[in-house]
Design a protein around this ligand. Structure first.
Ligand SMILES: Nc1nc2c(ncn2[C@@H]2O[C@H](COP(=O)(O)OP(=O)(O)OP(=O)(O)O)[C@@H](O)[C@H]2O)c(=O)[nH]1
Ligand SMILES: [Mg+2]
Length: 338
């Protein structure tokens, strides 16, 4: 019987990258990107499609609260012969074990509830830093904890981090991977296909102040626009990097900023930024371009109006610098506590 798994984990842990790696590892895997923007094209979904992955998106609401939509999407993929469908939840999301696994018990066959963590988050958890309650609550839901980005650690550091996670979360299996290199993806695929969901009921105070306060401090923004240059061509990667640098000059913590752009000839580029880490060109453009469709998705620890102002000012400044004419299609921002 085909299976469904939730891939949870904090913003930037690598959920999208791991799901993409799973679909590339075995053609019997399909992925769903889930986020809250209304009627938008998610950067994660478009990036997965541009990269040739078998991918769907569910926007506007968390999969915790749209069971029929989720089942419909999963069943279309099962009917095509997929053996495993994986979906993430929004990166600050907690509660999918209760709402999705227990809420849909009997309607889907579940693979282990999987939570990703990256080295930077372990450091935050250890010192009880920003967002530690969200990260800890996510990990307490896990049947399977995946330590991603192991390429950033020495083998000794990775073993030490796995031992820490196994001690803190003794009910979960811990698996080290590097989605970027493909290390451990086969082991993850087998753990999902062969393992079972425990259907545990961990004690998590979903409505408690610490969790609610952390969630309420976050805002999201979704931008979509088309940019065209009149009489020369330009480097799309430089445009995205300068845009990210302009947005991040502000001293606001941004757990994850994603800038994706593509041109009508099929070329595309993606730049990611996570506070405290270097700006990353996840995928550079191969050719120069004369027009681009651009999607910006961001989650930041500030008021929604400030986040919107930061992005729109940066977009205008950098688009002017590149002499681009912009047609805005979508501009939405909202606070998690609104
Ligand atoms: N070094 C390294 N970087 C990685 C790895 N996996 C993902 N990344 C990078 O980490 C950043 C975030 O990855 P995503 O897959 O977008 O993270 P996510 O969990 O889906 O983030 P949200 O959708 O915001 O919750 C991107 O720049 C990725 O290229 C990895 O195994 N190693
Ligand atoms: Mg993602």
């Amino acid at each position: 019987m085909p299976k469904f798994a939730v891939i949870s984990g904090f913003l930037g842990a690598g959920k999208t990258t791991v799901m993409m790696a799973l679909t590339k590892h075995d053609p019997a895997v399909a992925m769903i990107s889930n986020d809250l923007g209304e009627g938008v094209e998610l950067a994660d979904h478009r990036f997965a499609k541009l990269s040739g992955c078998s991918a769907d998106q569910i926007t506007d609401e968390c999969i915790c609260f749209c069971h029929d939509r989720l089942i419909e999407t999963v069943e279309v993929r099962f009917a095509e012969g997929k053996k495993l469908v994986v979906s993430d939840i929004p990166g600050f999301g907690v509660g999918a074990l209760e709402h999705v696994y227990h809420g849909l018990a009997g309607r889907l066959d579940f693979a282990p509830f999987t939570v990703l963590i990256e080295p930077a988050t372990i450091a935050e958890l250890r010192k009880g830093g920003n967002m530690a309650h969200i990260q800890d609550s996510q990990l307490r839901e896990a049947d399977l904890i995946v330590l991603n980005k192991c390429d950033l650690l020495s083998p000794e550091e990775a073993a030490e981090a796995c031992a820490y996670l196994a001690e803190q979360y003794p009910e979960a299996e811990v698996l080290p991977v590097s989605a970027r290199r493909g290390d451990g993806i086969d082991a993850l695929f087998r753990a999902l296909m062969e393992g079972k969901a425990s259907m545990r009921h961990p004690e998590i105070d979903y409505d408690g102040d610490p969790l609610q306060n952390e969630m309420a401090s976050l805002s999201e923004a979704y931008y979509q626009y088309h940019a065209i240059v009149c009489c020369f061509d330009f480097d799309g990667t430089s445009y995205l990097r300068e845009l990210a640098e302009e947005i991040t000059v502000n001293s606001v913590r941004i757990p994850h900023l994603k800038l994706l752009a593509w041109s009508s000839d099929g070329d595309y580029g993606k730049v990611d930024w996570m506070s405290g880490q270097p700006l990353e060109t996840t995928r550079p453009f191969e050719r120069r371009c004369t027009e681009l469709a651009v999607v910006i998705n961001a989650t930041a620890a500030c008021d929604a109006k400030l986040l919107d102002a930061m992005i729109s000012c940066a977009e205008q400044t950098v688009s002017d610098r590149f002499q681009l004419e912009v047609t805005m299609h979508k501009r939405e921002s909202f606070g998690m506590g609104d």
